[in-house]
Ligand binder design. Structure first.
Ligand SMILES: *Cc1c(COP(=O)(O)O)cnc(C)c1O
Length: 370
């Protein structure tokens, strides 16, 4: 949805007169968990038909009022992103590939018939909020300030069509280490009854509805005693797609001869930025990498005959999570020794070192904020 009349988007800075005191903020940063506490400010930008993007503001974090006939509540035009600001070893702050999140946000918007926020406006919103909230970026290793950009319909009415107005928002939430007690493998349930995404559907868009549709399968996985659900393709229930809200990787062989395989993007998979970064990083580290289809039979057989040595999932929130065991209607099995594998842990350390500024950023992935 291009807006020919789009005026330059300039931000109005309205910082809070009552941010939390240093003592209160530091108390909240002791054990932040994930997505439980929010910083003092947020960014909002409005879009209306004819006028395009306008009224960009950095303002105090506050609730919003929603009309009961707000279109999002009924028809679900809602998309989001997730990225992090990392404290660097030299005390500065950087985000990781925010332009990639901005581009994916545009792709999600197109799929849901929503307007595209310009990449530079998305990145500027991230810069402004992180600059404002720099004291909220934790200093401890593996902690970060999680950034949640999102957009939803604001038109009031029950007619089924794209809304004529939208609100973009950006909020921030300090995040603790995903594995405070050390990296632990997860158990997974292969979901053969529920699917996450189908060809032509919204699987490649980061939209709220995908998550709503996943919750019952995640509950089924939990009822089977598993930590996470693994999604299979919609047509044959045979090809491995993703794990919960993360992409999957398979390691065949060992040592420097290991080959690292991830399911090819099919339109049903979410194109993860961690997934894309690991393809590059694994290849930098000398591993052979491949994007292709992987079936549940190949997974089971590979673990049985030892050719498939490690499996892990990846995404912004947890970076890399090893998969230790699998349960399915067709049987249960262990992945390797059921412990985090050496290639998994090497890639995890390598990516965290780039994000934290301890390793050279040879691909220009870090976006310095302050
Ligand atoms: C966000 C998301 C991912 C991971 O994407 P990253 O950019 O690596 O954080 C993977 N799968 C799904 C379904 C997602 O929503």
């Amino acid at each position: 949805m291009s807006t020919p009349t789009q005026a330059p988007i300039t931000f109005d800075l309205k910082p809070s007169a009552h941010p939390l005191s240093t003592a209160e903020r530091e108390a909240r940063l002791v054990n932040p968990g994930f997505g439980r506490i929010f910083t003092d400010h947020m960014v909002t930008i409005r879009w209306t038909e004819g006028r395009g993007w306008h009224d960009a503001q950095l303002q105090p974090y506050a609730p919003i009022e929603i009309d009961p006939a707000n279109m999002t509540l009924h028809y679900g035009q809602a998309i989001f992103e997730g990225l992090k600001a990392y404290r660097q070893t030299d005390g500065s702050i950087a985000t990781f590939r925010p332009e990639a999140n901005a581009e994916r946000f545009q792709a999600s918007a197109r799929r849901l018939a929503m307007p595209e926020l310009p990449v530079e406006t998305f990145v500027e919103a991230v810069e402004l909020l992180v600059q404002q909230e720099q004291n909220w970026v934790p200093n401890e290793p593996e902690q970060s300030l999680y950034l949640r950009p999102f957009m939803f319909a604001t038109e009031v009415g029950l007619g089924v069509r794209p809304s004529n107005s939208y609100l973009f928002m950006l909020i921030a939430s300090p995040a603790g280490a995903y594995f405070p007690g050390g990296v632990k493998p997860v158990s997974v349930w292969l979901s053969e009854d529920y699917v996450r995404a189908a060809p032509g559907g919204t699987g490649a868009a980061k939209c709220a509805g995908n998550y709503a549709a996943s919750l019952v399968a995640q509950a089924e996985a939990a009822a089977k005693g598993c930590d996470q659900v693994v999604w299979l393709d919609a047509a044959e229930h045979r090809w491995v797609e993703e794990m919960g809200g993360m992409n999957l990787y398979f390691v065949f062989g060992e040592g420097k001869d290991a080959k690292i395989v991830t399911p090819a993007l099919s339109g049903a998979l979410l194109p993860g930025i961690t997934r894309a970064s690991l393809l590059q990083l694994a290849s930098d580290l000398g591993y052979a990498v491949e994007e292709r289809k992987i079936s549940t039979e190949e997974w089971k057989q590979g673990n049985a005959d030892g050719t498939l040595t490690e499996v892990f999932a990846c995404g912004t929130a947890a970076v890399i999570t090893p998969v230790g065991s699998v349960k399915s209607q067709g049987g249960d099995w262990t992945v390797g020794a059921g412990e985090p594998g050496p290639v998994t842990m090497e890639l995890r350390r390598a990516l965290l070192a780039i994000q934290g500024g301890q390793a050279p950023d040879t691909h220009g992935w870090l976006h310095k904020i302050v």
